[in-house]
Design a protein around this ligand. Structure first.
Ligand SMILES: NC(=O)c1ccc[n+]([C@@H]2O[C@H](COP(=O)([O-])OP(=O)(O)OC[C@H]3O[C@@H](n4cnc5c(N)ncnc54)[C@H](OP(=O)(O)O)[C@@H]3O)[C@@H](O)[C@H]2O)c1
Length: 297
């Protein structure tokens, strides 16, 4: 099972992946539609996030804003080796992964990625095609241009398809994960295969899916620890050894996370309570449906 260790960069711990690399457990993401628009805004937000200590940057070719992220990386002045740069190939039928990677690297202005993900399993259209895409991912890792490789939005059946022919087990599965979308047995399954979990949309229960059954528990725990409810939501993820990918255009909120998240932990009983109460409601954000509509014919 993946284990937590402490990074040299300070407050944010890192998760050790199955390939020996370490992944900072709090990321700043660029796929939140209501925030990210023009390249110049992205560049400023990227530089702002990095300046505040968010070195794990979560991008994707599908977001259409890697050029802005690259400009922000450059403007930040932080050396490349201090950053943890992630992007994603969509994973459509017949897609040339090497070409997609070359394009992403050029836009991001870096010569390697820390982590490269297949964004969706359902764009490939068949098991054989998904296996071909994964073999290409293994080839780009062997080339040194992606230090770790993984997947995103994969259910157990999708991971099983990849593992049938994989030489390298995916290091990470990045999934929507919050109390209202816990994916049944997926997380224990991923752990059994030594695949780390990264969570996006961890704040859903207090943003788009509000009101709901965890509202009271979030409020109670926020009061107990003297923190914001969003920090309880992020801690629920981190305390399960799951990487949290969030985002914000508010520097104040980002600084709050870095100040507060290292200062408290939920107890096992509190983690369980949020999980149990969360199961009373099911909510999935619009991201996956958007990707299906755009990339599946
Ligand atoms: N792999 C995939 O398919 C996939 C899909 C979706 C997302 N992602 C990645 O995950 C990243 C984060 O996704 P997400 O935005 O869904 O994550 P999130 O962490 O759940 O939500 C962040 C959003 O919540 C808002 N927020 C924070 N606290 C709030 C509060 N107390 N009340 C109201 N709003 C609040 C933030 O707005 P402010 O600006 O006001 O702080 C921001 O827009 C994306 O940018 C992307 O990198 C990946």
């Amino acid at each position: 099972m993946a284990s937590t260790t402490t990074t040299t960069s300070g407050a944010i711990p890192a998760l050790k992946l199955n390939d020996g690399n370490e992944m900072p457990m709090l990321a700043y993401g660029f796929g939140t539609a209501n925030i990210f628009g023009k390249d110049d805004d992205i560049s400023k937000l990227t530089a702002m996030a990095i300046k505040n200590g968010y070195y794990h940057l979560d991008s994707a070719e599908a977001y259409g804003n890697e050029t802005g992220v690259g400009a922000g990386i450059k403007a930040s002045g932080v050396p490349r080796e201090k950053l943890y740069v992630v992007t994603k190939v969509v994973g459509t039928k017949g897609q040339d992964v090497r070409a997609a990677l070359a394009s992403s690297l050029a836009k991001l202005g870096v010569d390697y990625l820390d982590l490269y993900l297949v964004h969706i399993p359902f764009g490939a259209g068949s098991a054989a095609e998904l296996q071909r895409l994964w073999a290409e991912m293994e080839a780009v890792q062997a080339s040194g241009k992606a230090r770790s490789i993984g997947v995103s939005n994969f259910e157990q059946a999708d991971v099983e398809v990849v593992l049938q022919t994989a030489k390298t087990v995916p290091a990470v599965n990045q999934i929507e994960y919050h109390p209202y979308l816990q994916h049944g047995d997926l997380v224990p399954y991923l752990r059994s295969k030594n695949i780390a979990v990264a969570a996006y949309s961890a704040l859903t229960a207090l943003t788009s899916a509000r009101p709901g059954p965890v509202d009271g528990t979030y409020a109670e725990l926020a009061q107990k620890y003297g923190v914001a409810e969003g920090e309880v939501a992020l801690r629920w993820v981190l305390d399960q050894d799951i990487v949290a990918i969030t985002t914000s255009k508010s520097e104040e909120r980002l600084q709050g996370y870095l100040r507060t998240l290292p200062s408290f932990k939920l107890t096992d009983e509190e983690i369980k309570r949020i999980s149990e109460v969360g199961k009373q409601k099911h909510y999935q954000g619009p991201g996956e449906a958007y990707m299906r509509a755009k990339y599946c014919s």
